[in-house]
Structure formats: C-alpha cells, structure tokens
Design a protein around this ligand. Structure first.
Ligand code: PLP
Length: 348
C-alpha cells in the first residue's frame, strides 16, 4: 500500500502516454464570426442535429459549475453515470493486475464493470446494519488497489454513509475513492462535491437519471480535481454526449425550482408510503432511506413480488444480494401510483 497520494503512479501507463483523438470540433473552437464548416464531413443541410455536438459540452458544464460551485474543468460528462464509471476503471485499472474494492449489497454495475475490464473485485460486505466496515476495507487494500466504490445513498439499502467513515477512507487510502451520489438530491446531507479541494483522491459521480427526471437522455456527471478530469477526458469517446441530450439537460438544469418541487413531492409520497407500510403485518422492517426508494424486509419476497405483479405493479426483489434475504425495493412513484400501491398492498 502506497503512503502518499501520487496521481501519476495510480494511472495506467498507456493512459499517461496516450495522445487523445483530436476531433474537428476540438481543433477549431473560435466561433466569434459566422464560419463555414467544411471540416467534419457532416451533411451541410441544417435540421438541428446535422452537426456534431460540442465534445466538451461547455453550456451544460457552465450551468453545473455555477450550481455546484466547482470549475468547469472539474466536470466530465458521460452517457449516463454508467459510462463515467467505466471510464474511471479504464483510466486507473490495469487489466489482470490491479484490483478494486466494492461494498455489497450495492449497485450491481461496479461488479459487472470490473468483470468487463478484467479487474479483480474485492468485496467487503457492509455490516448487518448496512454501515461501512472500515477495518475490513483497509485490510483488503494492497499496492494494486486502485479504486474503492462507495454508493451513498446506497442502492439498494437506501442509507447514506457516515461522513467520518468516508473521510477516514479518503485519508488512509492513497488510491481513488469514488463516491457514487446517484441519489444525493433526495438526501438532507450535503454532497461530497463540496469537499473536492480537501481530497485529491476523491471522485464524485452524479446523474440526471434520478431526481432530475431524465433517465431517458443518459447524462452522467463526474466531479474531481482538474488533473483527474483531464485524464478521464483523454479516454472518453469524442462525442459521447449527443446534441439532443445537451439541449434537454440545459432546459431542465435551468429550472431548478421545478426539479426541487418534484423532489419534494417524491419525498412527501415516500413519507406517506412509509406510514402505510409499517402498518402491514407481513412487512418485518422498512429500512431508513435517504433515496427515492424504500427497502423492505418481508415474510416471503418471492411470493409478495409475484402477488404484486399479478395486480399490475412491478417492484424489485433484492433477495439475491448479500444481507438482503427476503427484501423488496420499491421506487417512489406519483401520489396516485402510491395510493394504488397502498390499496393493493392492503389486499395481499
Ligand atoms: C447507485 C447508482 N449509480 C449509477 C446508476 C446509473 O445511473 P445512470 O442512469 O446515470 O447510468 C444507478 C442506476 O440505477 C444507480 O442506482
């Protein structure tokens, strides 16, 4: 285990040496005068999307930078945060040599991405009450451990991890700590984006798929130091965020009141669902949640899941995850969907 943080040592050697692809839109950026663009082999007839999109998504980053209090150069955007996570693997992890640490039960893509990239995944279970087991995590670290993935609020358990515990990891581990904040906008706790200056080994990922209501456009966000972002930028495909996505993202990002009011309705619906759930005798426990879903421990997850399907409601059985035997995960819907769900739950 290295004792000091050294970004160059952490990065794959081929990525350090890499001269990234330079696209037509990267090479010419002087848009001050109207120009005739004959540089990218596009169709010249304007239909709104005949031109390649801005490879650096400047307009979207400008709004995000202002809202989050970071520099544009501390932001990288991807085709969903799943792409961002994959890029992080590819920058830091040498296939068949390096390893990463994940903390099940957690978001399944970390494991799948480690398999795709041929990187050893060292799994350290959360404690019985779904907290980080710091001592066990530290024990797994060796000189080839490049990344630790912490999903906070965690999917599927819904809890947010203790700030002190994450700080301890950031201070003791000299690889990169990736805090996946896909659900942070539903939480009352503040984002780790605010602490990037303190920790050069911190990467925070967020997404417009959850609270921002734009899962369909695929826009994931990575916040980190300028040096880390510059490295990930070398690896990302040139036009990874399409024009329609950039337009739609800007439209909603510029309307934070609307996003806030939707989040508030979801949180209200979560409260009323919670009140109804605790009255049902076949539900043994509803876990505390800082996200837009609730995890329940029930008598028989398989049976309850099937009963709901038969009544037209699809939820997720999470029982195959470690520590999650007989658990169901319910996403919070609209108030009418919620009412219907509660009605159905009372009949089964
Ligand atoms: C914790 C977590 N991270 C990332 C993602 C993927 O998000 P995106 O839609 O931005 O790829 C999900 C989606 O369910 C998630 O639960």
């Amino acid at each position: 285990m290295t004792t000091t943080f050294n970004l160059e040592e952490l990065v794959r050697k081929n990525v350090l040496k890499l001269i990234p692809y330079s696209s037509a839109r990267d090479e010419f950026t002087g848009f001050k005068n109207p120009m005739i663009f004959l540089d990218a082999n596009e169709n010249p007839f304007n239909n709104g999307v005949n031109r390649y999109p801005d490879p650096q998504q400047h307009s979207v980053k400008e709004v995000l930078a202002e809202q989050k209090g970071v520099l544009e150069s501390q932001i990288l955007l991807g085709n969903g945060s799943d792409e961002v996570l994959d890029l992080i693997y590819r920058v830091f992890c040498e296939p068949k040599v390096d390893n990463i640490i994940t903390l099940p039960p957690t978001y399944g893509m970390y494991k799948v991405l480690s398999e795709i990239n041929d990187i050893e995944n060292r799994e350290v279970l959360l404690t019985e009450d779904f907290e980080l087991n710091i001592a066990a995590i530290l024990e797994q670290i060796d000189r080839n451990t490049k990344l630790i993935f912490i999903c906070s609020p965690n999917n599927p358990t819904g809890n947010i991890f203790n700030t002190e515990a994450i700080s301890t990891l950031l201070k003791s581990f000299k690889g990169m700590v990736v805090v996946d904040e896909a659900y942070i906008d539903f939480s009352s706790q503040s984002s780790w984006v605010n602490r990037l200056e303190e920790f050069p080994n911190l990467i925070v990922t967020q997404t417009l798929s959850k609270a921002y209501g734009m899962a369909g456009i695929r826009l994931g966000i990575c916040y980190a130091s300028q040096d880390v972002i510059a490295l990930i930028n070398k690896v990302k495909p040139p036009y990874n965020v399409n024009e329609l996505t950039q337009i739609k993202a800007l439209e909603r990002l510029r309307n934070p009141q609307l996003i806030r009011s939707e989040i508030n309705s979801i949180l209200e619906a979560k409260d009323s669902l919670l009140k109804a759930l605790v009255r049902l005798d076949w539900i043994e426990k509803v876990y505390p949640s800082e996200a837009n879903f609730l995890l329940l421990k029930v008598d028989s997850a398989k049976e309850r899941y099937q009963q709901l399907i038969e009544r037209g409601i699809v939820i997720r059985d999470r029982s195959t995850q470690p520590l999650c035997e007989n658990t169901l995960r319910i996403t919070i819907g609209t108030q009418p969907e919620n009412t219907k769900l509660i009605e159905v739950l009372k009949t089964i």
